[in-house]
Design a protein around this ligand. Structure first.
Ligand code: KG4
Ligand code: ZN
Length: 336
């Protein structure tokens, strides 16, 4: 079954063609549009999605060397996300399916992140513990099978990616902050600010699997106020300490849940999982406990349509499809 998928939940416009594997996929990142606002402007994001969807579809079809008429089903992200952005992608995808007279299916964005490691050659088998860390979410799941997800913890305030983005702004970096902060942190030494009584991970010893990030942002703000922000070395040290503290806090709780459940496979997904320092730390800590950590290939860590197509392939195989409706939901519960 040839699946065409669309992702437009935030500031990436993405399409993919999938048949047992990814035939082609395209991502247009809108960061140039939002950079001067230091955050995503939903209205501008939606306008850009509308402009890009058709040209990206054409490029994707050309690269995969398939005709539009060969498409058997169309999938799209139905939420959660920014409503004008979701509506742009959903209306486009649903209309395309209607025109081609093929089934359409709205896909839960978080489920597509949860299943994204299955796009890798080296993929986890079920069950696995998943840490989902993106710009909008930080959640810890036990993934028992396709469609069988148990939520064990989540953030009580900001998402991990949001904490990276806001801290990056505080340190004078450009948007999007996560990747920029990682670059800067590479030049720094985390130990100067991550030792005792300096930067600490909130809720590290809370005895549950929840997270909190707003406090660490404030800690960074106080430390930054005492620093000479023109001194590259000091700023890099602070960036490194922030990255170390957050990624260690996330890794520790993820491995603790795996340990409690007796699960050996871990997956870390979502935009923040693109962070190399995080990947290396999680790999080292997992193997020292006899566990193995999996990731989506780097190009599928941040928002993309390949993971939407993969999720649709299993749901369509179960006979699921939407009625003649366009689904766009800014908030959605746990995928089921
Ligand atoms: O999954 P994603 O592409 O979009 C959402 O669904 O939110 O995640 C975007 C988030 C942003 O907050 C971004 O700063 C963060 O992922 N991110 C990173 C890195 N690359 C992207 N955070 C830390 N290090 C990175 N290398
Ligand atoms: Zn996402």
């Amino acid at each position: 079954m040839l699946i065409f998928a669309v992702e437009s939940s935030c500031d990436e416009t993405a399409v993919a063609l999938y048949k047992s594997g990814v035939l082609a996929h395209k991502v247009y990142s809108q960061f140039v549009i939002h950079q001067k606002y230091k955050g995503v402007v939903p209205e501008l994001a939606a306008r850009s999605h509308i402009e890009k969807l058709i040209p990206l579809t054409e490029e994707c079809l050309q690269e995969a060397e398939v005709s539009k008429k060969a498409i058997d089903a169309v999938a799209y992200t139905m939420g959660p996300g920014l409503i004008p952005c979701l509506m742009a992608g959903a209306a486009y995808a649903r209309s395309l399916a209607y025109g081609l007279e093929v089934p359409a299916l709205g896909i839960h964005h978080l489920e597509s992140h949860i299943l994204s490691p299955l796009l890798s050659d080296d993929k986890p088998s079920f069950p696995y513990v998943t840490l989902l860390v993106s710009g909008g979410h930080t959640q810890l799941y036990e993934v028992l099978d396709y469609g069988d997800y148990r939520l064990h913890g989540q953030t009580r305030d900001d998402a991990a990616g949001e904490a990276f983005d806001k801290t990056a702004v505080l340190l004078g970096l450009s948007y999007p902050g996560g990747a920029e902060l990682e670059k800067l942190a590479k030049k720094g030494d985390h130990s100067r600010f991550s030792s005792k009584h300096k930067l600490t991970m909130p809720m590290a010893n809370s005895g549950d699997y929840d997270f909190s990030f707003s406090g660490i942002k404030t800690q960074v703000r106080y430390l930054a106020a005492k620093l000479d922000l023109q001194n590259d070395r000091e700023v890099a040290d602070l960036a490194a300490a922030f990255q170390h503290t957050i990624t260690k806090g996330l890794t520790d709780k993820t491995l603790a849940l795996a340990q409690e459940k007796g699960i050996k496979n871990i997956a870390i997904v979502g935009g923040v999982s693109a962070n190399r320092y995080f990947r290396d730390m999680a790999k080292a800590k997992s193997s020292s406990r006899g566990m193995k950590v999996y990731f989506a290939p780097l190009e599928y860590a941040t928002d993309n349509a390949a993971m939407v197509a993969l999720t649709a392939s299993y749901r369509l195989s179960k006979g699921q499809k939407d009625n003649l409706i366009i689904q766009a939901k800014p908030r959605l519960g746990i995928p089921a």
